[in-house]
Design a protein around this ligand. Structure first.
Ligand SMILES: Nc1nc2c(ncn2[C@@H]2O[C@H](COP(=O)(O)OP(=O)(O)O)[C@@H](O)[C@H]2O)c(=O)[nH]1
Ligand SMILES: [Mg+2]
Length: 245
């Protein structure tokens, strides 16, 4: 008796861009992501935008999934992954890894190519981009970053340089290990913790990226407050699951 051959390894990745009101930046981001070697599908998930994000993404060559109403970043990522699963193009092969990309990176998104080979070649289960200092300073004092870093470290022993970075390439088994995703802005911390606790390998990779930095204005403050709430909730849930307080 012969054992069946394992499914051939995936040769491409599917990019997912969760986006809300990114009309100014989405076309440049999509164009840059489409040019990354190995990316064979770009799905923009328009999360109830009130601007032309969806149309501009489609014109730039992305496929678009829409939420009629805003449901948050994690829900958009889940919708994107389900879209990819429904349109899986690799006949009989392993499901493609997913490349998550924020919509506000514009041309610098092309530099995300470094995240792909470690996952496609099976050296890592999830790669995470770390960003260089940005051209403008952020408006926060790093409370959310420190909460996230310490929470991840306490649960897993892994010390993340940039625990909130949204740019990640992740194998499908690793993605499944983190499903259902932590809600809202807790999604990145949830992914890191769940993938590590599943015994899988996470690697941070420096990447030349530039995005819109949240400032000191009220929008920036509200964004950071929501992030703090969602990160704290994601960590609390995971501590509770392990019987920790
Ligand atoms: N799905 C979804 N994505 C959002 C929402 N708000 C922002 N985004 C996207 O999430 C990504 C990161 O948001 P951003 O404002 O750049 O946050 P920051 O990088 O943490 O300052 C971008 O692609 C945004 O378009 C939202 O309400 N829902
Ligand atoms: Mg950003």
């Amino acid at each position: 008796m012969t054992t069946p051959d394992p499914a051939p390894a995936a040769t491409g990745v599917a990019a997912i861009v969760p986006a809300k009101d990114e009309a100014d930046r989405i076309a440049a981001t999509v164009a840059a992501v489409r040019a990354i070697p190995g990316v064979d599908l770009v799905v923009v998930v328009d999360d109830g935008s009130s601007d032309a994000t969806a149309e501009l993404a489609r014109e730039a060559g992305a496929e678009v999934a829409r939420h009629a109403r805003n449901r948050g970043k994690a829900a958009a990522m889940t919708t994107g992954a389900a879209y990819v699963a429904r349109h899986e193009g690799v006949e009989g092969g392993s499901p493609r890894p997913l490349l998550f990309v924020d919509g506000d990176l514009e041309a610098s998104a092309a530099n995300l190519g470094v995240l792909v080979p470690p996952v496609l070649e099976g050296r890592a289960d999830m790669t995470i981009a770390t960003l260089p200092p940005q051209k403008t300073a952020g408006g926060g004092r790093g409370f959310v970053v420190r909460l996230a870093r310490k929470g991840i470290e306490d649960l897993t022993g892994f010390s993340a340089v940039q625990p909130l970075s949204g740019m990640r390439c992740i194998s499908r088994p690793a993605f499944d290990a983190a499903t259902p995703l932590a809600r809202g802005w807790g999604v990145e911390v949830g992914l890191t913790v769940d993938v590590l606790l599943a015994g899988l390998r996470v690697e941070e990779v420096p990447c030349e990226l530039h995005h819109r930095v949240s400032g000191k204005d009220w929008r920036g403050q509200v964004h950071r407050a929501r992030q703090y709430r969602d990160v704290a909730l994601a960590l609390a849930r995971r501590r509770a699951r392990r019987g920790l307080r």
